[in-house]
Ligand binder design. Structure first.
Ligand code: AMP
Length: 292
């Protein structure tokens, strides 16, 4: 496994792999790797000849009040995790390399970027889309691996690839969870043990929401959201809910008539435990509950 820090060599490696008929699988990450990232790297290893993992905490996707400075970093540990997964190249550029002085170009996927997470993190998805496109131009992957954990990111990257005619095959992997249901996240390292235990309520609420929606046990989406809010507040009095939303999975718009709706339902939420903001979601197919 090699660590590449500069743009030119990673492009040369990508070109060489492509010229020699190798398929490139790419896993973009911000490091502090956990089993969620491992699942992506193993999926890439399984399906591709060459696996490239990027480790880069992208300042462009952090707002002024976000945790860029204290975002956890441990390159040495990440190195060994990647090695164990059979990664061929780690791409770990510096910010000077990615956003040199006088950098000017940003990608925004309009509308979609303003919903859900984007409402609370203005500019976040512009940062995400920009870095993903830059990394795709460097690593030139045939397939790129993303986690369903960041549901809106998946929808936005899909849209960007489609709109800009970018020929990369997106592979989406299920969310990997702790035994108690808490979605694995680098940010879980901010949580105390008791917060980790309490935060299990998020997946419990999402699962309950899916059950209510699937069984038609409700009148309106608002009623479901209120139920889930009560469940989370009862089980974790110190948590603070930022949003819970029931949307479709392409436009990310609120589903108005949920009873009649047919298709993919994305139930997503963001909740603070102390100062730590956690996001999670559940995606499922719904059939109409209104008999014709
Ligand atoms: P990050 O390092 O948090 O930017 O995440 C890098 C990639 O790993 C993204 O595609 C995430 O969606 C994915 N990821 C993060 N957490 C999980 C998880 N618990 N299960 C599956 N994928 C994940």
């Amino acid at each position: 496994m090699k660590v590449i820090k500069k743009i030119k060599p990673i492009q040369e490696i990508a070109d060489y792999c492509r010229r020699t008929g190798k398929t490139i699988g790419f896993v973009p990450t911000m490091g502090y790797l956990h089993e969620g990232h491992v699942a992506l790297m193993l999926a890439a290893k399984d399906e591709c000849d060459i696996v490239v993992t990027s480790i880069y905490v992208n300042p462009a996707q952090f707002g002024p009040d976000d945790d860029f400075d204290k975002y956890p970093r441990d390159f040495l540990k990440d190195y060994y995790v990647c090695k164990q997964c059979g990664v061929d190249y780690i791409f770990a550029p510096s910010t000077d390399e990615m956003y040199p002085k006088n950098y000017k170009t940003y990608i925004s996927v309009n509308d979609l970027s303003d919903r859900l997470e984007g409402r609370h993190r203005p500019g976040h998805f512009t940062g995400v889309a920009t870095i993903v496109l830059k990394l795709f131009n460097l690593v030139k992957p045939h397939r790129a691996y993303f986690g369903q954990k960041d549901a809106q990111q998946v929808v936005i990257i899909k849209k960007m690839l489609n709109d800009l005619n970018i020929n990369v095959n997106l592979r989406i992997c299920d969310t990997i969870r702790e035994e108690n249901g808490l979605a694995k996240s680098s940010r879980n390292s901010y949580l105390s043990d008791s917060q980790k235990t309490e935060a299990a309520v998020l997946y419990e609420a999402l699962t309950e929401g899916k059950r209510i929606i699937s069984e038609g046990d409700f009148k309106t989406a608002k009623e479901i959201i209120n139920n889930l809010k009560s469940l989370i507040e009862a089980k974790s009095p110190d948590s603070s809910i930022q949003y819970i939303a029931v949307t479709d999975n392409t436009e990310l718009k609120k589903i108005r008539n949920l009873k009649e709706y047919e298709g993919e339902v994305l139930l997503s939420l963001a909740v603070y435990f102390g100062k730590t903001r956690l996001i999670d979601n559940i995606l499922f197919e719904k059939t109409s509950l209104v008999k014709g």
